[in-house]
Design a protein around this ligand. Structure first.
Ligand code: ADP
Ligand code: MG
Length: 252
């Protein structure tokens, strides 16, 4: 299953500090979008808005055909119940910079816990979890605890855990920036292996090589606005905007 994302006029301030200033972005179902931008440009806030973690002041997000956030609908604000938000969030996986595994659960339990809580029979959930651990190359770690794994292995477990809910959209917020350099490649390899399999991927990362090889669309965000977006060969190799060029010269 797969869902596209439409973001329209996403606007958000923290206090009097504008963080998103009218972001419009369309993401086709099943594609890979890489979001680049300096620290503080609003990348995490934008991802969090897609997942209902950050209410917008103005604008809206639609995932598939379902509304997220605030929208004036026939002149009225449509508000979602907490139950509705939880239901929608189950369609969207989120992988964080710092893995956020449950330290007191084994790797297998980390991956199978949410499906069991949502009603999958435990034996089925464990079987699916084993298959996912194999997919991320960690079958042999099923009964280990997170602290016994490297950061790169923990992040691959976090990806398996997100996949266990069969999300239509998977959001990654700097998934490799907490890792030692030699562990980055395996995690990017797992993300790359998900591309083209239906799930819509949105990846905030500074890994330009990954963006060039895997992204269908690259978005450069600065000070809460999209400065430039397009195919990787355009944005990364022939940027039109001085701000994009300046940013790329610092991260490349
Ligand atoms: P990025 O991910 O691009 O580094 P963020 O979206 O995390 O940027 O943050 C953008 C700006 O919003 C930063 O200046 C940050 O300090 C601020 N910010 C983020 N979250 C909060 C919050 N919950 N309260 C106040 N300020 C915040
Ligand atoms: Mg961030």
């Amino acid at each position: 299953m797969s869902a596209g994302i439409e973001i329209a006029n996403a606007t958000k301030s923290f206090g009097d500090r504008p963080v998103l200033r009218g972001v419009d972005l369309t993401i086709e179902a099943g594609t890979v979008t890489v979001i680049l931008g300096p620290s503080g440009s609003g990348k995490s806030t934008l991802l969090r808005a897609i997942n209902h973690l950050e209410p917008l002041d103005e604008g809206y997000v639609v995932v598939g055909d379902e509304l997220i956030g605030v929208r004036v609908h026939h002149g009225r604000l449509k508000e979602l119940s907490e139950r509705e938000i939880l239901r929608q969030r189950a369609r969207i996986g989120f992988v964080f910079q710092n893995f956020n595994l449950f330290p007191h659960l084994t790797i297998l339990e980390n991956v199978s816990e949410a499906p069991i809580a949502l009603g999958t029979p435990p034996a089925t959930a464990r079987e699916q979890a084993r298959a996912l651990l194999e997919r991320v190359g960690l079958s042999e770690k099923a009964s280990a605890y997170p602290r016994q794994l490297s950061g790169g292995q923990q992040q691959r477990v976090a990806i398996a855990r997100a996949l266990a809910l069969e999300p239509e959209v998977l959001l990654f917020d700097e998934p490799t920036s907490a890792l030692d350099p030699e562990l980055v490649g395996d995690v990017l390899g797992v993300i790359r292996s998900l591309a083209g399999n239906g799930v819509t991927l949105v990846v905030v990362t500074h890994e330009i090589g990954f963006a060039r090889e895997v992204a269908d669309q690259v978005v450069f965000l600065d000070e809460g606005v999209i400065v430039e977006q397009g195919r990787p060969s355009d944005v990364l190799d022939n940027p039109r905007e001085a701000r994009t060029r300046e940013f790329l010269s610092r991260v490349l």
